[in-house]
Design a binder for this molecule. Structure first.
Ligand SMILES: C[S@@+](CC[C@H](N)C(=O)[O-])C[C@H]1O[C@@H](n2cnc3c(N)ncnc32)[C@H](O)[C@@H]1O
Length: 281
């Protein structure tokens, strides 16, 4: 990306802070400074973001190997290396992917990256208006809702403050999908369930600071949710093994701990994959 095209004073966005955290180059000075402020408060944010990206890759491959050929990735961020289209199209090169993000720069970068890929595209959309996403021309062209679809909402819904709005978005996508469709979802969770008593106060303070950075420097403040509240998003779906788990642990195989070097719980992000049940089942 040619960062010189854009003015330095461009405000930070969650998409590009995340891109910086996972080691990408699709970010601007404001994003890098916000990301450094996040890292100062919570150094775990970088391995956590990488662990989340690792979960995304493994879960997409899992769905593709189970026969899913269509992916609607909402809150996709910038589809840089090892993103959904690469994992899905490794399994079947004709797999179709629509990336959706609220950040116009992420969408523009996505279109540039996908220019040569006729089975994948990137569109602007807001998860708080799921019907508009479902009505979008590119979605209609690439996704056939009479066949199973994987709807992906990874590290997205913690940017939706209102619980009812977040649940309604998940429900709208669920209603558009046929049984056998997948929901791939990850979400940050507050530290009180993942650190012990002695560390709790210090971690809670840095978590507050971290949320303050997003609130001050981006348009998308963070709302963490409990394990139970995240599991509720999977209503109507059967969670595949191991259920809702720490993203660094979910179906992680082999010795490669690079994406999360420490205790995988410290990533603070839970992820799961659900398969839509037939109504009444
Ligand atoms: C932390 S990134 C996650 C990227 C990718 N899903 C992943 O897990 O690797 C969160 C993304 O959600 C996007 N986002 C935030 N609020 C959104 C909204 N209301 N609608 C759509 N996207 C949104 C941000 O722009 C950002 O790209």
């Amino acid at each position: 990306m040619n960062t010189n095209r854009h003015p330095d004073q461009k405000p930070a966005t969650a998409a590009r802070i995340y891109d910086y955290l996972i080691g990408g180059t699709h970010n601007f000075p404001a994003d890098r400074s916000a990301a450094e402020a996040v890292l100062q408060q919570a150094p775990v944010a970088r391995p956590a973001a990488r662990a989340n990206r690792g979960f995304l890759g493994r879960s997409v491959r899992f769905a593709a190997e189970a026969g899913i050929r269509q992916f609607l990735d909402v809150g996709s961020g910038i589809p840089t290396e090892r993103n959904v289209h690469e994992c899905a199209q490794d399994v079947d090169p004709t797999s179709r992917v629509v990336y959706v993000d609220i950040d116009p720069v992420a969408v523009a970068e996505g279109l540039e990256l996908l220019a040569a890929n006729k089975h994948a595209t990137s569109i602007r959309g807001d998860v708080r208006d799921p019907s508009a996403i479902l009505r979008h021309r590119a979605v209609a062209e690439l996704i056939d809702f009479s066949q199973p679809v994987a709807v992906i909402m990874c590290a997205l819904l913690h940017f939706v403050q209102d619980d009812k709005v977040a649940s309604a978005a998940v429900a709208t996508f669920r209603a558009a999908c046929v049984p056998g469709s997948y929901l791939i979802l990850s979400h940050t969770t507050p530290p009180d369930i993942w650190v012990d008593e002695t560390e709790r106060a210090a971690v809670a303070e840095s978590e507050q600071e971290l949320r303050a950075v997003y609130a001050r420097q981006t348009a998308t403040p963070v709302r963490m949710r409990s394990h139970a509240a995240i599991e509720d998003f999977f209503g109507g779906y059967d969670l595949v093994d191991p259920g809702l788990d720490w993203v660094g642990k979910w179906r992680h195989v082999g010795e490669d701990e690079a994406e999360f070097a420490g205790d995988s719980r410290l990533a603070g992000i839970l992820g799961g994959v659900g398969v839509l049940r037939a109504e009444g089942a």
